[in-house]
Design a protein around this ligand. Structure first.
Ligand code: GLY
Length: 566
């Protein structure tokens, strides 16, 4: 465990601080005294309630995060689970310490890029997104054990209890859950253990169906009883390896034994008097958000109409995503020019290439490359009564990950291998193109867009994040900007969104985000706008230091979510 000095010392010396705006944010840590009540926003009401159940048993925000994560692994397996991974930002109030928990999946030792390339030299999407070869070694169990042991107050037997109970007793999946089973039914049907859970009687279940997951409950019980080894060694590990290899996968017991969650130093960005603490590599999200804010800090956006301020923001996104594709990967494997990418000088150079009223075709921005993400990840936000905070984004990658349940475990394996640049220069499932920095290697973590973030201001704090593949980065960025503009948690989650990721060279827009005049002005400047749906599932918690009131909101686009203050 890394012991850290106080928040102020970290801000001055250890953090990779990106200076995009004025320096006053350095004087804006959250208040030293907690709010005295708690707030949780997650994608599922059962998970939000599980977090409050554990707070009620004497737990803190970190124990609640374990309860919310593990319950999401039961009630929202299409988006995240213990067969996947997560990235979480923790703020510990007692010493004002911010830390990033990297529980991202790793490539197995036997990874072989050739299996992901078809005879035509193009990516073989079936192998990279379906079945055991698409799965990285899971990180979520290790990350939860680490978080409970180093930051929580309660044993796993208490913080995992709600998830185990719901897996055993069952719950009624909502329309979204049933819709994702329908989306993935053909692949789920390939694997008997997946079909047995999700296609009872060989059919997509209908409303009113109760999903009980006794194997998953037993896997969670072994995790609760034995901690890390209860997943990465012994019965669960053997079941996972046997199932993977039995269906053409390449995992070994050594791959599971070698997996470790890691603590990393978060990125910290100063912008307009706020300090934004966000995800470092192997997430590309924080670097991209920092680059966009650095570029934007040199523009007086308040003086511009919506079309022109949006144009400049799109151009900043375009440039940040180009670098995302080109340079970023697992910091344990790749040397990245972060000092350059995060410097004000570099942002000045990028800003100088932006025309005030003309879109730059992405083709004119040079790149050497190879990777787009989706809607199947999840995010939750927590602040407890003492002021501890968690922003956590969790994923199995696409809907139901690989759609492969390892027999006897109830665990849906991720399909995170597709987040590597499996064929450099060719787009992944999210249209993102990656370079060699994100090529797979044994034990390497695949690049992610997950961007759990804190925004600390003198008067207000926000805990924010979203699923959405590559759009995570721009959705979180737009949420941060909305918070800085004074918007409430509900306004931030409801706000309409847009996105540009360099390639494909187009602006994805949510219906209604721009009025007709703004749409015309952007089109006249050379931007190609394309309607996109769905967006979201942003979950935001805010703390107003002046009133000491918390607020929580779950994205109104999805009715299963719940933001609650208690
Ligand atoms: N699997 C989506 C991401 O990590 O960005």
């Amino acid at each position: 465990m890394v012991h850290a000095p106080s928040w102020r010392v970290l801000a001055a010396s250890l953090f990779l601080v990106v200076g995009a705006g004025c320096a006053s944010a350095q004087n804006a840590p959250p208040p030293s005294k907690g709010p005295g009540h708690a707030a949780i926003a997650s994608a599922n009401y059962l998970a939000t309630n599980a977090g409050f159940e554990v707070l009620g048993k004497g737990g803190n925000a970190f124990d609640a995060a374990v309860a919310v994560s593990s319950t999401l692994a039961v009630v929202e397996q299409q988006s995240s689970g213990i067969g996947g991974g997560f990235m979480a930002l923790l703020h510990r109030a007692s010493d004002n310490r911010d830390v990033f928990i990297d529980a991202r999946e790793t490539a197995p030792k036997a990874v072989d890029m050739k299996v992901y390339v078809g005879k035509d030299g193009q990516p073989n999407r079936d192998v990279s997104t379906n079945g055991p070869l698409s799965a990285g070694i899971p990180g979520e169990p290790a990350g939860l054990v680490w978080m409970a042991a180093h930051y929580g107050k309660l044993p796993l037997s208490v913080s995992l209890a709600p998830a185990i109970r719901i897996a055993t007793e069952g719950f009624q999946p909502d329309a979204r859950f049933l819709g994702t089973i329908d989306d993935r039914k053909d692949v789920l049907a390939r694997y008997p253990a997946s079909a047995a859970v999700y296609l009872p009687g060989g059919k997509v279940p209908t409303a009113g169906w109760t999903l009980r997951q006794p194997d998953l409950a037993k896997t969670l019980q072994r995790l609760a009883a034995k901690g890390h080894d209860g997943f990465y060694k012994g019965e669960t590990a053997k079941l996972l390896v046997d199932a993977s290899r039995g269906a053409g996968g390449n995992w070994t017991a050594a791959d599971l034994e070698a997996y470790q969650a890691k603590e990393r130093q978060p990125l910290s960005i100063d912008y307009k008097g706020y300090r934004i603490v966000t995800a470092p590599p192997p997430s590309s999200g924080g670097v991209a958000i920092a680059e966009v804010l650095n570029i934007m800090s040199g523009f007086d956006l308040a003086k511009l109409d919506l079309a022109h301020s949006t144009h400049l923001t799109i151009e900043a996104m375009r440039r940040a995503f180009r670098d995302h594709n080109e340079y970023l990967g697992d910091p344990d494997f790749v040397k990245m020019p972060l000092d350059m990418l995060l410097s004000a000088y570099y942002a000045d150079g990028l800003r100088a290439t932006i025309s005030p009223d003309k879109a730059t075709p992405s083709d004119l921005l040079p790149t050497s490359m190879a990777p787009e993400p989706g809607m199947h990840t999840t995010h939750f936000s927590v602040i407890d009564a003492d002021g501890n905070m968690v922003a956590s984004t969790l994923t199995v990658n696409l809907e139901f990950g690989s759609a492969f349940i390892a027999k006897g475990t109830g665990v849906v394996l991720n399909d995170e291998m597709d987040d590597f640049a499996l064929v450099p220069g060719q787009p992944n499932a999210f249209g993102l193109r990656g370079a060699l920095a994100n090529a797979p290697e044994p034990g390497k973590r695949m690049l992610s867009s997950m961007s759990p973030s804190f925004v600390f201001g003198a008067d207000r704090t926000a805990v924010i994040g979203s699923p959405g593949g590559s759009t995570i980065i721009t959705q979180v960025l737009e949420g941060i900007l909305a918070f800085i503009d004074g918007k409430s948690a509900s306004e931030i989650t409801a706000q309409k969104r847009y996105h540009h990721q360099y390639l494909p060279d187009r602006v994805d827009v949510e219906a209604g985000v721009f009025d007709d005049a703004t749409t015309k002005a952007l089109t006249d400047m050379g931007h190609v706008l394309r309607n996109r749906s769905p967006w979201g599932f942003m979950n935001v918690v805010t703390w107003d230091h002046r009133t000491n009131k918390l607020d929580a909101a779950s994205d109104p686009r999805r009715p299963s979510g719940l933001g609650k203050v208690q």
